[in-house]
Write a protein that binds this ligand. Structure first.
Ligand code: ZN
Length: 312
């Protein structure tokens, strides 16, 4: 399998972020942990019932973070899939919850409902006719029939598509499938979660500034370490890039590189997944720490805000 593994974004207030994604959007909270590089802050993972690759949206919530500025060299929009017939339900739900959304639009023949999260992160729901047949998770608030089925894809806003497109094709197996205005669509085979990357070519725009409401990086799937190693080697051999050494993120193993358009890309393994340190039934309930940080649990817990009425 190929395509997107996860998307990681920056938020402000962790409690507000948690409420929005678990209650308003009805995603499952699949992991509560800390930023391994900054253990006084949370790292939240939302996804489907087990956090399958292609469904995982993660956040670094930094209380009081400066808002980002949208621009070139970053992920412009992150889109989820819902059943096509659920777009009416969602339009009404966003309205009832007071969530900012825009009019339904057509993109590459698909119906797209753009909206933003409380930090201004640009999101969208894309109506996919076959998504209704796929398994769905429900916390009881959003009925399973209307539930989000992982990512549709992301839109990157870049000065020039060419070098980034070459990496998408050569390393990650994407193919250009369509063009519409300044947007080029790339897809991996099949119609699974996270199979779409759109590049919006916008020459001469200001560069983005990362902050609250920005995507920090996007991750692509590798089956295992060997698959990841082959991808990293292609980046070196064919694209003159130098990915980082592998980092153990407990739930997957990662290498990172800055693609030529300016977006931070990651290659993350599908293994071992989120059930590696707690059962599927209770994912997200307990604060999970990597073994290196476990001796500091009480200090860490004392500085993290409590998540009231956690649903998982
Ligand atoms: Zn990541």
């Amino acid at each position: 399998m190929s395509g997107l593994h996860h998307v990681t974004a920056i938020a402000g207030d962790p409690i507000r972020n948690f409420g929005f994604y678990t209650r308003d959007l009805g995603l499952r909270f699949v992991k509560k942990t800390v930023n391994f590089d900054d253990p006084a802050t949370y790292h939240f993972y939302y996804g489907d019932e087990i956090g399958r690759p292609g469904t995982i949206l993660t956040f670094f919530p930094w209380q009081g973070v400066r808002p980002g500025r949208r621009g070139v060299g970053e992920t412009h929009q992150t889109a989820f899939r819902v059943p096509l017939r659920s777009l009416g339900y969602w339009t009404q739900r966003l309205q009832e919850k007071g969530i900012r959304y825009e009019a339904l639009e057509k993109r590459f023949g698909e119906s797209v409902l753009p909206f933003t999260d409380p930090d201004g992160l640009a999101l969208a729901l894309v109506g996919v006719p076959t998504a209704g047949d796929e398994p769905a998770w429900s916390n009881g608030d959003v009925p399973a029939e209307h539930a989000i089925r992982g990512f549709h894809g992301v839109t990157l806003l870049l000065d020039d598509a060419k070098k980034t497109a070459a990496i998408l094709a050569d390393v990650f197996g994407f193919k250009e499938t369509a063009r519409e205005g300044s947007v080029i669509r790339y897809k991996v085979a099949g119609d699974a979660n996270g199979s779409v990357v759109d590049i919006y070519e916008a020459k001469g725009f200001l560069r983005g500034h990362q902050g609250g409401g920005s995507v920090h990086h996007i991750a692509f799937r590798a089956v295992d370490d060997a698959d990841q190693g082959r991808m990293a080697q292609k980046l070196v051999d064919n694209h003159g890039l130098h990915p980082t050494e592998q980092k153990d993120r407990n739930y997957f193993r990662s290498v990172y590189f800055r693609e030529p358009g300016g977006v931070l890309f990651e290659i993350a393994t599908d293994i071992p997944g989120f059930a590696v340190d707690e059962p599927v039934e209770t994912l997200g309930r307990a604060l999970k720490l990597p073994s290196l940080l476990e001796p500091h649990r009480s200090e860490i817990e004392s500085v993290l805000p409590e998540l009231e009425g956690a649903v998982s």
